[in-house]
Design a binder for this molecule. Sequence first.
Ligand code: HH2
Length: 260
Amino acid sequence: MRILGILNVTPDSFSDGGRYDGVQRAVEHARRLHAEGADLVDVGGESTRPGAAEVDEEEERRRVIPVVRAIAGEVPVSVDTRRAAIAAEALDLGAVMVNDVSGGEDPAMLPLVARAGCAYVLMHRRGTPATMDALAVYDDVVTEVWAALETGRARALDAGVAPDRLWLDPGIGFAKTTAHNLALLRDLPARCAVHQVLLGASRKRFLGELTGEPVPDRRLEGSLAVALWARRAGVALLRVHDVASTRRALAVWDAIGGPA
Ligand code: HH2
């Protein structure tokens, strides 16, 4: 399982908002994540936490692009954006992956990714950060989320994205309650048997609900429990804040599962 380290260059992300929103600090954190064992670093300039304000394109560019320019030569970069224009600039600067939480809403996104031949993460969500909590209503969350992802996958392949360049992500916490997130996690082994799956659960709200920990930075134990389950389930890429701790937990897990 590969690790995608999170670098939010935002003032308002739910866990690390305001910590890395200067280029120098962002670059140092990207280097640290890479040194700790992140295979890629995911650079994002727009918070998606419930209730977050939309960021206009110029502001997103101002936050993200200088950081991508500074680190793409030394650290493999994923750009966390739903805008094709930002993705295109990041790819030109050497980013190797586009992480699109909107699942391809920008009509220019899939053609861009197909042309570039880069890796692409297609995530499930409903609505926007402003509306998503009210949209967390499903008859059968697993069936509905994965049907939407299959539709997105078909659109991506039609647009010319190569199957081995595509990652599917059930979007933990995006228009999902704790019960929905748990159902999606429980179902992962079946999905990982047929798809390349990316999972992002690090420090999220449902971990706070399950453990009684309201402060996102103090949700390491819950995040590590999900990491071990993800490993067991066959997740291909895990998006985390705490790279060093995740690597250490996985080292023990893998040693137990490995040859004597
Ligand atoms: N979660 C967040 C952001 N981007 N991308 C993918 N593919 N999957 C996720 O689960 C995912 C994501 C939200 O977490 P974070 O970046 O820590 O916070 P914020 O959106 O407040 O910046």
